[in-house]
Design a protein around this ligand. Structure first.
Ligand SMILES: *Cc1c(COP(=O)(O)O)cnc(C)c1O
Length: 360
């Protein structure tokens, strides 16, 4: 059977070891006589699973003690409104950096609650780069600064942590959290939907500095108040138990693989292989500025878009799945998250080389 490599942008590839363990534990978790899916979230078994997942995530990211880790639902989309609802307080304006489709979605939602000041934008070059910090026109009266540190659709990643002084920095890290070490203490809030680089869809992770919790705009729904979730260890309502369990297994897998520094090394290697190949080809193209090329999401086009359908069909036939680009951009996109082995990238490049040669 052809070996399968899954390049989906999300929900995305998970480590084979994690899936195998979940299979083995599916019917009867640790002699409890129950599947995880059948357990009360308030029982000692699941409480233990959730506590261990949090402890492992804290260890991986070296999360300081004055930050809460919340396991929520609603996706990154819910955070687009939860952030202004919790962080505006008595301010009326927030700074947003616009680097592409996900930034824009966050901006549109925030406009429901405040004046959005777009402090920098790469719209002038069709979002093929990220403005550097010295191009950001930050407003000292902003309630917070929001940016999307990896644009999943455009393939634009910001590698340095912005400096925002006393204004809290908020990052949508949905598609590259855990791909490399970060200094959490530089951020007010980090949030991420799990389905890209963590685990199954349905879980959203929020890492929030404690002093930013507790004051919401009037009318904020209970479920949108960080305080409620922080005070109840993310169990105010029924949490996405199975997704938390799988995320916990992924955290253990990451630790066994050597943690985030080891992941970064591998991610540098994998993405450089593919970018080098693209750059040395006249047939394939990636338009992103070199210093902002995402290590996770690598969009590319073929010289002739009329070949796209054939490329995708043959790729699939060769076990290379879900390479179709986002519908807004067209072309292709290879997402090479933590769980994508080096071999997967090498196999993709080999296929792309052969496909190009066959067109000559
Ligand atoms: C996928 C994604 C989202 C949306 O996540 P949902 O869980 O579908 O709400 C937001 N931001 C980024 C950067 C993403 O990659």
């Amino acid at each position: 059977m052809t070996k399968i490599y899954n390049f989906s942008a999300g929900p995305a590839v998970l480590p084979k070891e994690v899936l195998a363990q979940a299979r083995d534990e599916m019917m009867d978790w640790h002699d409890s006589g129950m599947s995880i899916m059948e357990m009360s979230h308030r029982g000692k078994e699941f409480m233990g699973i959730a506590a261990e997942a949090e402890a492992d995530l804290r260890e991986l990211l070296a999360i300081p003690a004055n930050y809460k880790v919340l396991f929520l639902q609603g996706g990154a989309h819910s955070q687009f409104s939860m952030i202004p609802l919790n962080l505006l307080r008595n301010k009326t304006t927030a700074d947003y950096i616009n680097t592409g489709i996900w930034s824009q979605k966050a901006i549109e939602e925030a406009k429901r609650y405040c004046h959005v000041h777009v402090a920098a934008s790469s719209a002038d070059k069709n979002f093929t780069y990220a403005p550097t910090q010295n191009q950001w026109q930050l407003n000292p009266d902003a309630a917070y600064v929001h940016y999307t540190s990896n644009e999943t659709i455009g393939g634009v990643e910001i590698f340095s942590t912005p400096e925002t002084g006393n204004v809290p920095l908020v990052a949508d890290m949905s598609s590259h959290i855990l791909s490399r070490p970060i200094d959490v203490s530089r951020y007010g809030i980090i949030y991420a939907g799990a389905q890209k680089n963590i685990g199954p869809a349905g879980l959203t992770i929020v890492i929030v500095r404690e002093d930013l919790i507790g004051e919401t705009l009037p009318g904020t729904p209970t479920m949108f108040d960080y305080r409620i979730h922080a005070d109840n260890d993310s169990m105010y309502n029924t949490p996405p138990t199975f997704a938390i369990y799988i995320a916990g297994l992924v955290f253990k897998w990451l630790k066994a693989e050597g943690g985030l520094a080891a992941m970064e090394q591998l991610n540098v290697l994998k993405s450089a292989l593919l970018y080098d190949f693209l750059d040395n080809s006249d047939f394939y193209n990636n338009p992103i500025a070199i210093e902002n090329r995402s290590r996770m999401n690598i969009p590319f086009t073929l010289k002739d878009a009329a070949l796209d359908a054939q490329f995708l069909k043959q790729a699939q036939h060769n076990g290379l799945l879900q390479l179709k680009g986002h519908k807004l951009l067209g072309g292709m996109r290879a997402s090479v998250y933590n769980a994508m082995p080096l071999q997967g990238v090498q196999t993709l490049i080999e296929f792309m080389r052969e496909f190009e040669l066959a067109q000559a």
